[in-house]
Design a binder for this molecule. Structure first.
Ligand code: ACO
Length: 334
């Protein structure tokens, strides 16, 4: 074993409820055309009763465990990247542990907004380097629909819910996490914030109907200065990737696929342009699922994996950006 974290199973869960741009036109003053051209989003998934963050996370985990052929008791650690855990205490990871009967694991959440999954993966890699036999569940899961103001067209059109998971262990070959670098800048926190913890679920809501902000939220919703977030995201994701390329002595031509946080198609196109990376090499799910924060990257990774887009030996780049600000980049040999 080389000690690097390698992925032996992926899984994801998307809520059943699909909310289209056309439906959003009935909630706020917007249009399918505006949302599509500014963000690339056509629809997003909205979690309902019985689809709390921990439930979606556990469902994604079970699929990843099935692919990895790893049972609950075989897991040593569970890390969930989330900012919309069901409760403040216990952590989402502990609720997942109970759900999947992983009695031998220890479990905790990582709070790094949209970057939560990649932060969690980095932590997993550090553990696995010390103990390559460890089996770690790394999850990104969010229910942002419960934390947007459904009367604020600047934000409510952007977000969606879901969960993605990976089972990670020490690599026996040349695959796995080759290099990574994480960043934060707390000085910019006011550009993207959420100041109250979400509810586990909202009793009495018919989640089959169009979301109603007053029912969904207890007063707090995501605040965002969209233009600034856009600018920093493109600049810092680009800087982080370029620094990693220099450090690792590789060029953009070595990259087979970029799997980024799915924030906005224009952010991803600007990033690809800046890196001189063909957009064919950027994996996107934003059209279908919107921005599901920490869940977006592992959902995209699972979809790419299950549709056979990832070939053994491929060089993958994971790139994220989110509130905090937090951001980071990981180079991965599949
Ligand atoms: N429908 C119609 N019009 C809208 C909508 C909407 N949903 N939202 C805003 N507008 C209006 C604005 O009110 C404004 O009108 P005005 O000129 O009369 O004041 C006009 O459209 C232009 O608004 P801008 O904010 O300038 O639009 P912009 O081109 O910057 O696009 C957007 C807004 C899509 C939010 C963009 O700034 C963006 O994507 N930013 C990044 C935000 C992001 O990705 N956040 C996710 C969290 S962080 C992360 O995941 C990386």
């Amino acid at each position: 074993m080389n000690g690097r974290a390698t992925i032996i199973g992926t899984g994801s869960y998307l809520p059943k409820r699909i909310l289209t741009n056309t439906e959003l036109e009935k909630i706020v003053k917007t249009s399918d055309e505006w949302i599509t051209t500014r963000t690339g989003i056509k629809s997003r998934r909205i979690a309902g009763a019985g689809e709390e963050t921990s439930v979606m996370a556990a469902q994604a985990a079970l699929k990843a465990m099935e692919m990895a052929d790893v049972s609950g008791p075989e897991l040593d650690m569970i890390i969930v990247g989330t900012m919309t855990s069901d409760m403040v205490m216990p952590s989402c990871a502990c609720l997942v542990q109970k759900e999947i009967v992983a009695e031998n694991a220890f479990a905790f959440d990582v709070s790094a907004a949209c970057s939560g999954f990649l932060y969690a993966m980095e932590i997993a890699d550090r553990y696995v380097k010390n103990a390559p036999e460890m089996k770690v569940l790394v999850i990104g899961a969010e229910t942002l629909s419960a934390r947007v103001n459904w009367q604020d067209r600047n934000t409510c059109v952007l977000f969606g819910d879901g969960a993605g998971a990976c089972v990670v262990t020490g690599s026996e070959a040349e695959d796995g996490l080759l290099a990574s670098q994480l960043y934060s800048d707390g000085g910019l926190w006011q550009l993207l914030s959420l100041d109250v913890h979400p509810r586990r679920y909202c009793p009495g809501i018919d989640y089959g109907t169009i979301p109603d902000r007053d029912s969904f939220c207890d007063g707090s919703a995501i605040n965002m200065v969209g233009k600034d977030v856009f600018k920093y995201a493109v600049r810092e994701m680009g800087n982080a990737v370029e620094k990693l390329f220099i450090k690792e002595g590789i060029t953009v031509d070595d990259i087979d696929l970029l799997i980024p946080h799915q924030a906005n198609i224009r952010i991803l196109k600007s990033l690809a342009e800046r890196l001189n990376l063909s957009f064919d090499k950027v994996y996107t799910t934003i059209q279908k699922y919107g921005n599901s924060s920490a869940a977006s990257l592992p959902i995209a990774l699972d979809e790419a994996n299950r549709e056979g887009r990832l070939q053994k030996g491929d060089l993958l780049l994971f790139s994220v950006f989110g509130g905090g600000f937090t951001w980071g980049v990981v180079l991965w040999r599949w």
